[in-house]
Design a protein around this ligand. Structure first.
Ligand SMILES: Cc1cc2nc3c(=O)[nH]c(=O)nc-3n(C[C@H](O)[C@H](O)[C@H](O)COP(=O)(O)OP(=O)(O)OC[C@H]3O[C@@H](n4cnc5c(N)ncnc54)[C@H](O)[C@@H]3O)c2cc1C
Length: 414
């Protein structure tokens, strides 16, 4: 863990947990609204720098460009990234000016520099968040991974919030196996991998599967890509109609939280690949480098000592994978959002119980937990913000709700 550039204060007005794109968006919007917030907040992240998890993921999966257009970025000026890219037009990719990975990273560094945010990330993980009452006002005691503690008047959770989704059969593998032979995608790093002659089974039909398949094939592997459903193409995670009133009007008019949850599922509709990636994969399929096992799931797997033997549940339709000696399995099965399983929310849920619908907390319109000054960013805020809550566009929508509550005393809890 990097050393802190400054001493930790005993207390702070606002603690922000996580230094990813959501936190960065919140901070620029907050400072734009109220300059005097400078010096009144601290951001916590174990890696000690902004955007490290994002940068790591893009590098580890060798992603060339974003899925979302240039308008979605952390600066309050919606044109800021386009202006920044004027001298680098070949780093905006069709069809809708999708920023290249390097361009986006450089732009974020520019945002951090312009808003003078280089020194506000404290290098520690928040390991526990204990709410308490001080003169009948809500406060939080944050425990950090370096053993220190601090009191925060208000907290924003901007830590991504999701837990890797692992299929049930993984728990039932009885044979011991080398750790690196069965990995969730979050632990796969294509860089430095040599896969010549290996067979890699990738589970999942989303864009991460696509990136990993292309990376594995480029390193000499044969890939089997297994998906519960038919692999299908879609430009964005959710239809752009979800960015404005077109769909959000009905979503906000819906009073039933479970129905809202269903609307979110329908809008995201599981994992999907971009047309560009799927076209690339179909070409590799024709070259025999990848085999698709669609509408298919793993029934069980055992490690023989040298290889995986895998059975699927749909062997009537295609030749079962059982005959293939698989060297590695990668689970591109996404992540789950569940407030009740989130370690940081345990004490908060005990002290301030709240309705949780299919894992998502029912927070107020400012994305504030009931009866305390805890604010939620990212996918956990989806019941209020809609299906794009976890995306870059969601970061702006979320900030638009949280910033007023952080800056107007009339909106503070008594
Ligand atoms: C490979 C990939 C590509 C994506 N591409 C796009 C895209 O092109 N466009 C788009 O709109 N969306 C995209 N997304 C979805 C989404 O925008 C990203 O997941 C984004 O990183 C979410 O931002 P975040 O700040 O919520 O989370 P993160 O980027 O995950 O940042 C959270 C930070 O919190 C830190 N943290 C976690 N727990 C703690 C703790 N207890 N204490 C302190 N710090 C903590 C982590 O170290 C991390 O740095 C992509 C997602 C993935 C996985």
């Amino acid at each position: 863990m990097p050393d802190a550039l400054f001493a930790l204060p005993a207390s702070i007005d606002l603690a922000i947990v996580g230094a990813g794109p959501h936190a960065l968006t919140l901070v620029t919007h907050l400072l734009q609204k109220k300059k005097s917030m400078r010096g009144r907040f601290l951001v916590f992240d174990p890696r000690g720098t902004w955007m490290s998890q994002w940068n790591h993921q893009f590098a580890a999966f060798e992603i060339s460009h974003l899925r979302s257009p240039a308008v979605h970025q952390p600066d309050p000026d919606p044109h800021a990234l386009r202006t920044f890219a004027e001298a680098r037009p070949d780093e905006l990719f069709p069809p809708y000016d999708l920023p290249g990975t390097r361009l986006f990273q450089d732009f974020c560094q520019d945002v951090i520099r312009r808003w003078q945010l280089q020194t506000c990330v404290y290098p520690a993980q928040v390991t526990r968040m204990m709410p308490f009452s001080h003169h009948r006002r809500s406060r939080f005691c944050l425990e950090l991974s370096n053993g220190q503690t601090l009191i925060a008047r208000r907290v924003v959770m901007a830590n991504g919030g999701s837990i890797p989704q692992v299929p049930e059969w993984v728990e039932q593998v009885v044979t011991p196996y080398p750790n690196d032979r069965l990995l969730h995608s979050g632990r796969v790093d294509l860089r430095g991998l040599q896969l010549q002659g290996e067979r890699v089974l990738i589970i999942g039909g989303g864009l991460t599967s696509g990136h990993l398949a292309i990376g594995a094939i480029a390193r000499g592997a044969q890939v089997f890509l297994m998906a519960r459903r038919r692999v299908y193409e879609k430009l964005f995670d959710a239809d752009p109609g979800w960015l404005g009133p077109k769909y959000l009007k009905d979503f906000w008019a819906e009073p039933d939280w479970s129905t809202r949850w269903q609307m979110i599922q329908q809008a995201r509709n599981g994992g999907s690949m971009t047309p560009a990636i799927l076209t690339q994969l179909r070409r590799l399929q024709r070259d025999g480098k990848i085999v698709f096992y669609e509408q298919c799931q793993v029934r069980g797997a055992r490690w023989s000592g040298e290889h995986w033997q895998v059975c699927c549940n749909n062997s009537a339709v295609h030749e079962c994978l059982h005959n293939q000696k698989i060297d590695r399995i990668w689970l591109a099965t996404g992540s789950q959002l569940n407030a009740t399983k989130h370690p940081l929310l345990k004490d908060v849920l005990d002290t301030y119980p709240i309705e949780v619908v299919k894992g998502l907390p029912v927070v107020d319109e400012y994305l504030r937990w009931q009866r305390c000054e805890l604010f939620i960013m990212g996918g956990l805020a989806a019941l209020q913000v809609g299906p794009t809550a976890r995306n870059l566009s969601g970061a702006r929508a979320v900030s638009d709700r949280i910033v007023p509550a952080l800056t107007k005393s009339s909106l503070a809890l008594s």
